[in-house]
Design a binder for this molecule. Structure first.
Ligand SMILES: NC(=O)c1ccc[n+]([C@@H]2O[C@H](COP(=O)([O-])OP(=O)(O)OC[C@H]3O[C@@H](n4cnc5c(N)ncnc54)[C@H](O)[C@@H]3O)[C@@H](O)[C@H]2O)c1
Length: 250
């Protein structure tokens, strides 16, 4: 039971639309490239989970010339991936096709026993989700007869059927394990959310109860405004006539 008010910063638009999508999108590719030096163009790149992180990873891999396959469990997100132009299929089918696999779900054993046994020799595996449980590493070890650390960030598992599966950054967050995380110029949005939410709690705690709150909308919007101004980008303002028109609908 909560004994104090909490603000869920991850639910702020100025967090997930930018840090999760553009930050994780870029730094995940950065981690894979630093660890492997592989060419992304022409590869079949499987993204497990089409949430904010998955969308960012998929769009960057596509931009680099990969054929992106998305796996999902949520029909809405799967449909979105289809309409964004990606192939969508179950993981056990994607497993046979992929050259590079990245999980970004926050879920457990997303790449599980069956998928691991179906993979092509030479496939790379990475995780950009929350913990090192998105790929079933226990099973990967169980089906392997030899494990070789081929460089600082890549571990080669030779399976009992003589396939080689290449695990990047031990299945931990690849963008932190094999790269340096997100650029400061996107983390500033997340940190602004944290700092301003703490200030909000300090000023308003007597009115708040012990529950989870969203970041107040005015703080979320103020952060977007501040970021634009730091980027020296100006936008239009509604005229009085437009405000009146937009508010006149019943
Ligand atoms: N690497 C980083 O620096 C970084 C940054 C931000 C968030 N994260 C983590 O990344 C994960 C995803 O974050 P998000 O904002 O995209 O979350 P999200 O909730 O928007 O997306 C997660 C998606 O994964 C899907 N999913 C769940 N189980 C699945 C399964 N078995 N197979 C396929 N898809 C499945 C869900 O349906 C959902 O669409 C979270 O664990 C989050 O903590 C990592």
């Amino acid at each position: 039971m909560l004994t104090f008010p909490v603000i869920a910063v991850n639910e702020a638009k100025t967090k997930y639309l930018f840090d999760n999508r553009f930050g994780t999108g870029q730094s995940t590719l950065d981690g894979i490239l630093r660890a492997t030096d592989i060419l992304i163009a022409g590869k079949k790149f499987v993204v497990c989970g089409y949430g904010w992180c998955g969308k960012g990873i998929a769009s960057r891999a596509k931009g680099m010339g990969a054929q992106v396959i998305v796996t999902e469990v949520d029909p809405m997100r799967a449909l979105e991936a289809v309409m964004d132009g990606f192939e969508v299929m179950p993981i056990n089918e994607a497993a046979k096709e992929g050259d590079i696999f990245v999980t970004a779900t926050g879920d457990l054993n997303v790449i599980d026993k069956k998928s691991l046994t179906k993979m092509k020799s030479g496939a790379f595996l990475a995780n950009a989700g929350h913990f090192d449980c998105e790929i079933n590493l226990e099973h990967l070890a169980l089906i392997s007869k030899k494990v070789t650390q081929v460089n600082e960030h890549v571990r080669e598992y030779t399976t009992k059927t003589n396939k080689k599966l290449l695990l990047i950054a031990e299945g931990r967050l690849v963008n932190l394990g094999a790269a340096t995380g997100h650029p400061a110029s996107v983390m500033d949005l997340s940190f602004a959310n944290q700092a301003l939410s703490i200030e909000y709690i300090m000023k308003n705690h007597s009115k708040l109860s012990s529950q989870v709150y969203d970041v107040p909308l005015n703080i979320d919007n103020a952060i977007a405004k501040l970021k634009l101004s730091a980027m020296k980008i100006k936008i239009d303002k509604l005229t009085e006539e437009q405000k009146k028109y937009l508010n006149s609908w019943e």
